[in-house]
Design a protein around this ligand. Structure first.
Ligand SMILES: [Zn+2]
Length: 108
Protein backbone atom coordinates (compact mmCIF):
# COMPACT_ATOMS: atom_id res chain seq x y z
CA UNK A 1 0.00 0.00 0.00
CA UNK A 2 2.17 2.85 -1.28
CA UNK A 3 -0.02 5.55 0.25
CA UNK A 4 1.10 4.34 3.71
CA UNK A 5 4.82 4.22 3.00
CA UNK A 6 5.29 7.57 4.66
CA UNK A 7 3.60 6.32 7.86
CA UNK A 8 5.52 3.08 7.77
CA UNK A 9 8.82 4.96 7.62
CA UNK A 10 7.68 7.07 10.58
CA UNK A 11 6.58 4.03 12.58
CA UNK A 12 9.82 2.14 11.98
CA UNK A 13 11.73 5.26 13.03
CA UNK A 14 9.59 5.60 16.19
CA UNK A 15 10.06 1.92 16.96
CA UNK A 16 13.86 2.19 16.92
CA UNK A 17 13.86 5.42 18.93
CA UNK A 18 11.53 3.98 21.57
CA UNK A 19 13.55 0.77 21.78
CA UNK A 20 16.74 2.79 22.36
CA UNK A 21 15.00 4.94 24.97
CA UNK A 22 13.70 1.89 26.79
CA UNK A 23 17.16 0.30 26.84
CA UNK A 24 18.65 3.43 28.36
CA UNK A 25 15.90 3.57 31.00
CA UNK A 26 16.32 -0.10 31.91
CA UNK A 27 20.08 0.35 32.26
CA UNK A 28 19.54 3.39 34.45
CA UNK A 29 17.09 1.59 36.76
CA UNK A 30 19.22 -1.50 37.17
CA UNK A 31 22.51 0.28 37.85
CA UNK A 32 23.98 -0.41 41.28
CA UNK A 33 22.75 1.61 44.21
CA UNK A 34 25.08 4.21 45.62
CA UNK A 35 26.42 3.50 49.12
CA UNK A 36 25.78 7.00 50.40
CA UNK A 37 22.40 7.18 52.19
CA UNK A 38 21.09 10.51 50.97
CA UNK A 39 22.11 9.73 47.45
CA UNK A 40 20.47 6.36 47.77
CA UNK A 41 17.16 8.00 48.68
CA UNK A 42 17.57 10.34 45.75
CA UNK A 43 18.26 7.42 43.48
CA UNK A 44 15.17 5.56 44.66
CA UNK A 45 13.12 8.59 43.70
CA UNK A 46 14.78 8.64 40.33
CA UNK A 47 14.04 4.96 39.92
CA UNK A 48 10.35 5.60 40.43
CA UNK A 49 10.42 8.33 37.82
CA UNK A 50 12.34 6.06 35.49
CA UNK A 51 9.85 3.25 36.09
CA UNK A 52 6.96 5.49 35.16
CA UNK A 53 8.89 6.67 32.13
CA UNK A 54 9.66 3.09 31.21
CA UNK A 55 5.99 2.15 31.37
CA UNK A 56 5.07 5.10 29.21
CA UNK A 57 7.70 4.15 26.61
CA UNK A 58 6.53 0.50 26.70
CA UNK A 59 2.97 1.63 26.11
CA UNK A 60 4.01 3.79 23.13
CA UNK A 61 6.17 1.02 21.74
CA UNK A 62 3.23 -1.37 21.92
CA UNK A 63 1.03 1.05 19.97
CA UNK A 64 3.73 1.40 17.32
CA UNK A 65 4.12 -2.39 17.09
CA UNK A 66 0.37 -2.88 16.74
CA UNK A 67 0.25 -0.20 14.01
CA UNK A 68 3.07 -1.91 12.08
CA UNK A 69 1.28 -5.23 12.42
CA UNK A 70 -1.94 -3.66 11.14
CA UNK A 71 0.01 -2.21 8.19
CA UNK A 72 1.38 -5.64 7.30
CA UNK A 73 -2.06 -7.20 7.61
CA UNK A 74 -3.67 -4.53 5.42
CA UNK A 75 -5.86 -3.39 8.32
CA UNK A 76 -4.05 -0.15 8.87
CA UNK A 77 -6.63 2.15 7.36
CA UNK A 78 -9.60 0.63 9.16
CA UNK A 79 -10.78 1.72 12.60
CA UNK A 80 -10.32 -1.08 15.17
CA UNK A 81 -13.72 -0.24 16.70
CA UNK A 82 -16.16 0.54 13.88
CA UNK A 83 -14.22 -0.70 10.81
CA UNK A 84 -14.66 2.57 8.94
CA UNK A 85 -11.74 4.20 7.14
CA UNK A 86 -9.45 6.34 9.26
CA UNK A 87 -8.74 9.65 7.49
CA UNK A 88 -5.30 9.71 5.85
CA UNK A 89 -4.71 13.17 7.32
CA UNK A 90 -5.29 11.69 10.78
CA UNK A 91 -2.89 8.81 10.12
CA UNK A 92 -0.23 11.27 8.98
CA UNK A 93 -0.45 13.13 12.28
CA UNK A 94 -0.95 10.04 14.46
CA UNK A 95 0.65 7.16 12.54
CA UNK A 96 0.10 4.79 15.48
CA UNK A 97 -3.63 5.43 15.90
CA UNK A 98 -6.04 2.52 15.55
CA UNK A 99 -9.26 4.51 15.71
CA UNK A 100 -11.16 6.93 13.52
CA UNK A 101 -11.76 10.37 14.89
CA UNK A 102 -15.33 9.46 15.89
CA UNK A 103 -14.34 6.42 17.99
CA UNK A 104 -11.29 8.19 19.42
CA UNK A 105 -13.42 11.05 20.72
CA UNK A 106 -15.91 8.58 22.23
CA UNK A 107 -13.04 6.92 24.10
CA UNK A 108 -11.80 10.12 25.73
ZN1 LIG B 1 -14.27 4.14 14.37
Amino acid sequence: MPQFNEMKVQLVEMQSQLTDKLERIVKNVTKEANSDWSEQAQERENDEVMDALGNEVRRELKLVNVALHRLNEGEYQYCADCGEDIAIARLKVLPFTQHCIGCASKRD
